[in-house]
Design a protein around this ligand. Structure first.
Ligand code: 6PG
Length: 236
C-alpha cells in the first residue's frame, strides 16, 4: 500500500524523505544506496537537498535511467546531478549509466555487474527516486513496450528504445522493475494537473503493466511514498 502525501512543496517533502531513507540506511548498515532519476522534478529536489543534512560521504549513487547521449549532453540525467550535487559524493561511489556507450547491451551488462559489485547480489537500493511520465512511465519503462511488464530479475539493467511519442527519440538505458519492487523506499514526485489522470490510473486503475508501467509501484515490497501537489492529486 503506498502512502500519498499531498504537499505544497514537493521538492521539500521529497528531500525530507531522502534524508530519512539515507540516514536510516546509514544508521542500520553504515552506507546508503540511492538511485536518482531524471525529469522535471530532479533539479528542484537537488537544489533543496543542498539545505538538508544528507549523509553525503556514506552515499552510493545510481541512476534509474539514462538517455544514449554523452555525459555532457543537456539530456543527460547524470549531468544534471553532477552539476547540482555530485561534488558532495565520493567519485568512486557515483555509478552512472554510460549513455555514450556504442553498444548499449554491453553497457547494460557492465552496469548490472557494477550494481552487484557495489550492493551484493541481488542488489537492493535503499532509496529509488522516481518521476511519472504522461504515458504512465517510470524510469525508462515506457507504456506500450512489452518489456516494461517484465520484472527483469536476471538482468537488472537493460537497454530500451524510447517509443515514438517521446521526444527527442533517443535510445535509453533503464533499471528494470526488479529494482523498484525490491527497493527499501521508493519516492515518486508528481506535480501539476497534467499528471492527475495518469497518477489516478497508476494507483487505482485496472492493472496493466504494459499500458501503465507506474503500476509497478503497487508490487513494491518496500515503503512507497507518492509526493504530489494539489493539482496532481486532484484525481485521487
Ligand atoms: C527521465 C526520467 C523519467 C521522468 C519522467 C517524468 O529521465 O526522463 O527518468 O522517468 O522521471 O518522464 O518526467 P517529468 O517530471 O519531466 O514529467
Amino acid at each position: 500500500m503506498s502512502e500519498v502525501a499531498v504537499v505544497p512543496d514537493v521538492a521539500r517533502a521529497a528531500a525530507e524523505l531522502f534524508v530519512e531513507a539515507t540516514a536510516g540506511a546509514v544508521a542500520a548498515r553504515g552506507t546508503a544506496a540511492a538511485a536518482l532519476t531524471g525529469g522535471s522534478t530532479a533539479a528542484p529536489l537537488y537544489a533543496e537537498l543542498m539545505r538538508w543534512p544528507v549523509p553525503w560521504e556514506k552515499l552510493q549513487i545510481f541512476f534509474t535511467d539514462e538517455r544514449a547521449v554523452p555525459e555532457t549532453s543537456e539530456l543527460s540525467n547524470y549531468r544534471i546531478a553532477r552539476e547540482a550535487l555530485l561534488e558532495k559524493v565520493k567519485p568512486a561511489a557515483v555509478h552512472r549509466l554510460r549513455g555514450e556507450a556504442s553498444d548499449l547491451m554491453k553497457e547494460a551488462d557492465r552496469a548490472a555487474a557494477e550494481l552487484r559489485n557495489a550492493l551484493g547480489s541481488p542488489p537492493r537500493l535503499d532509496l529509488m527516486l522516481l518521476g511519472l511520465g504522461p504515458d504512465g512511465h517510470i524510469l525508462s519503462l515506457f507504456a506500450g513496450v512489452p518489456e516494461s511488464a517484465d520484472r527483469g530479475d536476471g538482468e537488472l539493467v537493460r537497454p530500451m528504445v524510447a517509443p515514438t511519442q517521446v521526444e527527442p527519440k533517443v535510445a535509453r538505458l533503464t533499471l528494470t522493475p526488479f529494482l523498484v519492487v525490491t527497493a527499501r523506499t521508493v519516492v515518486l514526485q508528481v506535480c501539476g494537473a497534467k499528471k492527475a489522470a495518469v497518477l489516478a490510473r497508476a494507483l487505482k486503475g485496472p492493472e496493466d503493466l504494459v499500458a501503465c508501467p507506474a503500476q509497478w509501484l503497487r508490487r513494491a515490497s518496500g515503503r512507497v511514498v507518492i509526493v504530489a501537489d494539489d493539482a496532481a492529486a486532484s484525481g485521487l
